[in-house]
Design a protein around this ligand. Sequence first.
Ligand code: 0O2
Length: 200
Amino acid sequence: MLESFYKDSIVLLEGVIAEIIARLEIIRKYKIVHNDRDPIEYITSRVKSEESMKEKLKRKNLQVNLETALTKIYDAAGIRIICEYIDDVYSVVKMLKKFKDLKILQEKDYIKNPKENGYRSYHIVFEVPLDIAGEIHPVNIEVQIRTIAMDFWASLEHEMKYKKNIKNQEMIVEELKRCADEIATTDINMQTIRNMINGK
Ligand code: 0O2
């Protein structure tokens, strides 16, 4: 059942990713030409794997079918935007909100309100009106925006989630929380130093 979801929907999921990245790349080039700061360091993207989608649907006690996977789970298509500084993260959020044809379905600021484990990132889910040969298909995409440091932390924490039988897990969770707080302080300090250098 889920196999057909991915087979049939891949063009939409890959399409929505390509559409948003293309729009962002145009703005980035425009900013460079006009000597404006480009707040984006780099962009990554992925279509959620069948295995991961199935696991998430089950974890959320949802039915494993096409309809639910596309409408109840928001990150079948995902883009991650990595920035140098915290201010850049919020500049990207502003940039994204200027696309008036994109409907915001969900917005979570895990930077101002970090998760208990220390996770920090800005998440926005958009419904994108994807135009395929004149036919409009509304497709959801989750955009995660965070600093290089937050991304570094999230990658390691994510690795832990998928490992079974980890020794000293409690201690590792504590250490990760400590690192998340240190990283948050460093992000703030780096921003402050940069502002001072630029006379802000
Ligand atoms: P994957 O493997 O990255 O695709 P929830 O079930 O509440 O955690 P929800 O409701 O979809 O997730 O919303 P949320 O909070 O916006 O989380 C969506 C995605 O953000 C996750 O997708 C992760 O990619 C990332 N994320 C959220 N919380 C954490 C965290 O504590 N640590 C890390 N490393 N990433 C996080 P998936 O499907 O959970 O995982």
